[in-house]
Design a binder for this molecule. Structure first.
Ligand SMILES: N[C@@H](CCC(=O)N[C@@H](CS)C(=O)NCC(=O)O)C(=O)O
Length: 218
């Protein structure tokens, strides 16, 4: 059986769980925190989670995992059918990860972990987020999902990333970034109506205190 290593607070872990749920796949969760210890780097060479354990070996990086699931279990697709639309789906995922999630992540320490964000970091991140919003608006077609009437993998990324980016932008800049993302309310409402999304969000909230306590203990 597939095993998914990660923890419930991780937005990337939850994206993969949505993909597994959409495909109706059974899997076991192995609760794992990121680590630079040798035994974990053997499995996930950057030390990150999620990491999928398959019969053939381990796969890290969410987008690689999504592609593996799509190739290996093509029934109930999580990417669109045509090559062009599949490429657009990947473009959407890269846009959300590289130009919204990762810049926002630079501000996690000050906003989420009770530490301090440097003024230069705060100054550098905003223009990247602004370009990310512009790119996402260019690519998306919320009807109600990013690519129309069917949810695909980029939606799972948006589901767990946009609220996080919203919190970072609001607390750092007093900026309601979701107000500038076309139809984001419709998109998130449609995605959150899914029972799996509700469960994974509830589990994330329930484990947040334990996660933060672990961080502060370091
Ligand atoms: N690009 C990676 C990002 C995954 C990621 O950043 N995971 C976080 C947890 S949400 C992590 O492992 N952080 C630890 C680290 O960055 O060393 C992916 O797509 O899976």
């Amino acid at each position: 059986m597939l095993k998914l290593h990660g923890f419930a607070v991780s937005n990337y872990f939850n994206m993969v769980r949505m993909a597994l749920a959409a495909k109706g796949l059974e899997y076991e969760v192995v609760k794992t925190f990121p680590s630079q210890e040798a035994h974990w780097l053997e499995k996930s060479p950057m030390g990150k989670v999620p990491c999928l354990e398959t019969a053939q070996g381990f796969i890290a990086e969410t987008q690689a995992i999504v592609q593996f699931l799509e190739d290996e279990y093509p029934d109930t697709p999580i990417l669109p059918a045509s090559s062009y639309e599949r490429a657009r789906a990947r473009q959407l995922m890269h846009t959300i990860e590289l130009y919204l999630e990762l810049p926002a992540r630079r501000l996690f320490p000050g906003v989420l972990f009770g530490r301090h964000n440097e003024a230069l970091t705060i100054e550098e991140v905003r223009p990247v987020l602004e370009k990310g919003v512009r790119a996402l608006n260019h690519l998306s077609n919320c009807g109600p999902y990013l690519m129309g009437g069917t949810p695909y993998a980029p939606d799972y990324m948006a589901l767990f990333t946009l609220p996080l980016v919203q919190q970072i932008a609001r607390e750092t800049y007093g900026w309601d970034i979701l107000a500038e993302i076309n139809d984001s309310g419709t998109l998130l409402a449609a995605l959150n109506s899914d029972e799996h999304a509700q469960r994974f969000n509830a589990e994330s909230r329930a484990e947040m205190a334990e996660f933060l306590a672990g961080l502060n203990a370091k």
